[in-house]
Design a protein around this ligand. Structure first.
Ligand code: A3P
Length: 346
């Protein structure tokens, strides 16, 4: 009996001890991870009104992210929002495209930066007539709460290819920063096709083969009526944007490199946004099961992108791939020339 009691007591002590050690280790690691963050240096005036309040140290922003999270879940009171000076700000940077370029990965990875707050959903304000008619206050209300010296970023890849959007964004903020993430155009077109194909399959519908859509059956030439092909002619779309914004207001992200080695691409974006460099290798780890980099916010919170990102593409007839690559080549050259960024696309 006594032996049984002693064993029980030992078991209890063991559980309590493990809990205490676990908590201690967690606290030490967490403080350690927060200590890595240095005070923020001022975000340049181009990113916001010159009367920005005193910069909040990153450590505070990190801590306050918890509060932002609560607000998103609807758990914060109006009083808390007022007390913490939280606001719904119009975006100071937008990821305007390109669809299937890696827009979600880019947004999520930038959101690792303590001075960046993402709009989780694609808002489709500027490309959707019904939404646009709702006015700018509707758009602002779709934005997440943030601290005044944070920047809000949204992504809606349809903006890049929609005729009316550049003028509309210009009217909202002519000095906004515009991010475009691109991939090798043929791969992007196949990725675009794969997404549509999956949608059809989910609804038990049949769909044409990629080759049939991408090549005109009568002329045997590339079918420029096919949207996935048109979207990949980056220079055509960019030229429309350049009627409103100078080229310096755009930053081109290499979507292929964001897959294989994201950090250098993110550091270039930080620089473009005039943000201090805060995203580090610690925040990104390669997940062999997913075959992609995933995000580590801190010791307890990490995540990979949804399974709909990183689909397996169908095999495409090599002669069609070659035809498409030849077709895109001159457009790519022009794109390199305009943007000053060269890619090794075939
Ligand atoms: P695939 O599904 O063709 O592989 P978007 O978010 O604009 O729709 O882009 C989707 C693409 O993002 C995916 O295309 C995938 O290759 C790419 N991507 C880049 N980084 C990724 C990451 N860390 N996790 C998952 N997908 C990523």
């Amino acid at each position: 009996m006594l032996f049984k009691q002693q064993a029980l007591l030992r078991q209890k002590l063991f559980v309590l001890g493990s809990l205490a050690i676990g908590s201690l280790l967690y606290l030490v690691a967490r403080v350690g991870s927060l200590d890595r963050l240095q005070p923020i240096c001022p975000i340049e005036s181009r990113l916001g009104p010159p009367h920005l309040p005193e910069q909040i140290p990153l450590r505070t922003l990190q801590y306050k992210r918890g509060l932002l999270h609560e607000i998103r879940k609807g758990n914060a009171t109006k009083e808390q929002i007022r007390l913490h000076n939280l606001v719904q700000q119009l975006p100071r940077a937008i990821i305007i495209g390109v669809r299937k370029g890696g827009t979600r990965a880019l947004l999520e990875m930038l959101n690792l930066h303590p001075a960046v707050v993402k709009a989780s959903q694609e808002i489709h304000f500027f490309d959707n007539e019904q939404n646009y008619a709702r006015g700018i206050d509707w758009y602002r209300e779709k934005m997440p709460f943030s601290f005044p010296n944070q920047i809000t970023i949204e992504k809606s890849p349809a903006y890049f290819i929609t005729e009316e959007v550049p003028e509309r964004i210009f009217k909202m903020n002519s000095s906004i920063k515009l991010l475009i993430i691109v991939r090798e155009p043929t791969t992007r077109a196949v990725s675009d096709y794969t997404q549509v194909l999956e949608g059809k399959e989910r609804k038990n519908k049949t769909y044409h083969k990629f080759e049939k859509l991408a090549i005109d059956g009568n002329t045997c030439e590339v079918n420029i009526k096919y949207k996935a092909v048109r979207t990949s002619i980056y220079t055509k779309h960019l030229e429309r944007w350049l009627k409103y914004f100078p080229v310096e207001q755009f930053h081109i992200v290499d979507g292929d490199r964001l897959i294989t080695d994201p950090l250098p691409e993110l550091q270039l974006v930080e620089r473009f946004l005039n943000l201090p460099s805060r995203i580090s290798q610690y925040n990104l780890y390669f997940n062999a099961t997913r075959g992609f980099y995933c995000l580590r916010f801190n010791i307890v919170f990490n995540k990979c992108l949804a399974g709909s990102k990183g689909r397996i593409h169908p095999e495409v007839d090599p002669s069609v791939v070659a035809k498409l690559r030849k077709f895109f080549h001159p457009f790519n050259q022009k794109f390199y020339q305009i943007t000053g960024r060269t890619f090794n696309w075939p």
